[in-house]
Design a protein around this ligand. Structure first.
Ligand code: NDP
Length: 314
């Protein structure tokens, strides 16, 4: 029986958009909807999921592989009964990395030039000539997490002239980037950063990592960009760091919880730019092409580059 993709989509419209995308990029790959009443598990089924329904989780154990439509898989690994021994592949592809690099460049330059202040001035019709003379080539950007996205982002920032360093778990290098690795090197890495970008995955080892103690290691008045996960940050410590000038500002694409409640102090904070978890999501066609490639790779007995290591949680 040929391999087939079983799509766990939120509603008929979403399923249709996936079906059409697969029909365009991989017309020979059969697809079906998990909520189709006629659907029955076949031996060569692969699941395509973001947040599967609880009643589908048990069935995932009988799939040949699981492809997550997001790059972060923390929400899947924490589901009760989520299978640990079925290959789980994270979303990737060049468009995902390009989108993330574009977002981070915008965020870093927004912090560098004080874009939030200009937006507030405009809102109140204030013409104040607050010129900034900091340039990219004298700004040190540190990227936490140098994986599929982080390495691309770091190298892109370096190409734009920023002085880029990065922090990761294992001591392997990334061309053009000064790499620090391991928990004991974290304070040294942070001490040499003017703008920090978080692109770590949410795992038991990284959750709550960014707290008051963490911020104290940064250069006074550093900027902070969070595109990793809201759970990395202790929110009350972030607010304190913004209020007391430890941080000059923050660009947050991810927060806890999402959506952010209307009463959160982050919404109106004069030093915060908020975006609704939109930094990087590739087009449906690109995602379908990537998923089809991953199915083909697993069918050949290959090892996808973004195969999740369940033990480390990413
Ligand atoms: P990868 O798994 O490819 O890379 C993860 C990186 O984090 C690796 O460099 C890894 O180190 C490092 N890392 C993991 N654990 C630790 C640790 N305990 N200490 C230090 N470094 C650690 O992930 P991606 O680059 O694909 O994605 C990163 C995250 O970005 C996702 O998990 C997701 O949360 C977020 N994301 C956000 C999006 C948005 O729109 N805001 C969109 C897509 C993703 P090493 O290389 O040594 O293994």
């Amino acid at each position: 029986m040929p391999a087939r993709i079983v799509i766990s989509a939120d509603g008929h419209e979403v399923f249709e958009s996936w079906r059409q995308a697969f029909a365009t990029v991989a017309p020979d790959l059969p697809v079906c909807s998990w909520v189709d009443p006629m659907w029955q598990l076949q031996p060569d089924d692969y699941a395509l999921v973001w947040k599967p329904e609880p009643e589908h989780v048990e069935c995932l154990a009988h799939m040949k592989g699981i492809i997550c439509t997001g790059a972060g898989v923390d929400h899947l690994l924490s589901l009760p009964g989520f299978p640990q021994n079925v290959p789980l592949v994270r979303m990737g592809g060049e468009q995902t990395a390009r989108l993330m690099a574009d977002y981070v460049l915008w965020a870093v330059i927004s912090l560098l030039r004080g874009a939030r202040t200009w937006a507030l001035q405009q809102q109140h019709a204030i013409w104040r000539n607050n010129v900034c003379s900091r340039t990219s080539d004298t700004t040190r950007v540190g990227v936490m997490g140098l994986g599929h996205l982080g390495a691309f982002v770091a190298q892109d920032l370096a190409r734009f002239g920023f002085c880029v360093s990065g922090w990761k778990r294992l001591p392997s290098g990334v061309e053009g980037v000064t790499v620090w690795s391991g928990r004991e090197k974290l304070p040294g890495f942070l001490a040499e950063v003017d703008i920090l970008v978080n692109l770590l995955p949410a795992t038991p080892a990284t959750e709550g990592l960014i707290d008051s103690d963490f911020f104290q290691h940064l250069t006074k008045g550093a900027g902070f960009v969070n595109v990793g996960r809201g759970r990395h940050v202790v929110q009350k410590d972030l607010l304190k760091a913004l209020d007391d000038g430890t941080l000059c500002g923050a660009v947050l694409d991810v927060v806890t919880p999402e959506p952010l409640p209307a009463e959160s102090a982050l919404w109106q904070h004069p030093r915060v730019i908020l975006t609704p978890h939109v930094a990087s999501e590739a087009s449906r066609e690109m995602q379908a092409r990537y998923a089809a490639d991953m199915v083909a790779c697993l069918e050949r007995g290959g090892r996808p580059a973004l195969l999740c290591d369940v033990m480390h949680g990413y």
